[in-house]
Design a protein around this ligand. Structure first.
Ligand SMILES: [Mn+2]
Length: 360
């Protein structure tokens, strides 16, 4: 037997849950800082809304979400980004309105989103430095390292995404979040938390997500194109690579080789290994994972992943590479078989030493 699901009311206004979430989220932002931000927005008619260069869905979703929410209030919004919208961001309504070169309009406010330094807006900033350096700027971001680049800057590291912060800001002013705005904002939250998985996810993040779902955004319509849909060639490439997967040290070290012949045979492009190192790392019992990629010039690139207590960056540094403790990479000036013969014993020795230390 199945429990009947409550059918959402379509005629009445927001549900009690929506109202409760709205009030909770509206109060979750510092009132004075929100008021300062709204003073800038209310004084402006023509807004230039910026997403940082090499945009992710949080940058673009925040920019488009703000534009969708402000459009009904009579504001003229142009969304700009130095780089084009990635082709797989099909879930972002209004992505076709993002420009790489702003029109010659009398902008009276720049809203800079998801980065706290103007240089992060890339060539767009470089080309119009004089304009941006003289512009009134509202800066919203959630990166703890951001210095802030606006007359008003709200840098809120407690937000898992700029889109979360923006949701609070809009609700603080009781600005209606229409369906298109909700989809864009939810896309920012979902992708910056990898579907609410990363530890930046808080109760408030989920509450903002819940509110946006209540506004008509559907998580699956973001998650599926972003994380699950893949080209056939990519599936074949992964299959070819994974079928040759090797392991040692009782499965604590795994590695795979991605050869150029596999790319040719599967019709895949080199970027289609994206996600494969993490996939290796998620194999049960794995402490260190390596993906060896044969390069056109006969050298080999290696992506390394490590679980605590191992340090991928330190391992990569031995070969003049770098990165983070959990994920790093290096390039070896030798062919792929020589690179595996060189590096795999090092990885094996790394876990073996740790094993001895445990025993000792
Ligand atoms: Mn972000």
């Amino acid at each position: 037997m199945k429990q009947a699901r409550p059918t959402p009311s379509t005629t009445a206004g927001p549900s009690r849950t929506q109202e409760a979430l709205r009030d909770l989220l509206a109060r979750a932002i510092d009132a004075q800082r929100a008021a300062a931000a709204w003073r800038l927005i209310e004084d402006a008619r023509h807004l230039l809304i910026l997403a940082h260069e090499h945009p992710d869905p949080d940058a673009l979703g925040s920019a488009l979400g703000l534009a969708h929410a402000l459009a009904p209030t009579g504001k003229h919004c142009v969304v700009a980004c130095a780089d084009p919208v990635p082709a797989n961001y099909t879930f972002l309504p209004g992505r076709e309105m993002v420009v790489s070169e702003p029109p010659d309009a009398p902008f009276d406010l720049v809203v800079a989103l998801d980065a706290g330094e103007l240089s992060r807006y890339g060539p767009l900033y470089e080309r119009h430095k004089a304009f941006f350096d003289g512009a009134v700027i509202l800066n919203l971001d959630h990166h703890i390292t951001s210095s802030g680049c606006g007359q008003v800057s709200i840098i809120d590291p407690a937000s898992a995404a700029t889109a979360e912060l923006l949701t609070l800001l809009l609700l603080n002013r009781r600005v209606a979040i229409n369906k298109d705005a909700a989809i864009c904002l939810l896309a920012g939250i979902i992708t910056d938390t990898r579907s609410f998985e990363f530890d930046a996810t808080t109760e408030r993040t989920l509450a903002a997500g819940a509110y946006l779902v209540g506004c008509g955004a559907v998580p699956e319509e973001i998650i599926k194109p972003m994380y699950r849909v893949k080209p056939l060639a990519k599936a074949r490439l992964w299959g070819a690579t994974l079928s040759q997967l090797r392991s040692t040290a009782d499965g604590q070290v795994v590695w795979a080789a991605l050869r150029r012949a596999q790319l040719a045979a599967t019709g895949a492009t080199p970027d289609m290994d994206d996600g494969l190192p993490s996939y290796l790392m998620d194999i049960e019992g794995v402490a260190i994972a390596a993906l060896f990629r044969e390069q056109a010039d006969g050298t080999t690139r290696v992506s390394l992943r490590a679980a605590a207590p191992y340090d991928a960056a330190a391992l990569a540094a031995r070969y003049h590479g770098g990165g983070h403790v959990r994920a790093a990479g290096c390039a070896l000036p030798m062919d792929i078989d020589a690179a595996m013969a060189e590096l795999v014993p090092v990885l094996e020795a790394t876990v073996a030493h740790a094993g001895r230390d445990d025993a000792g």
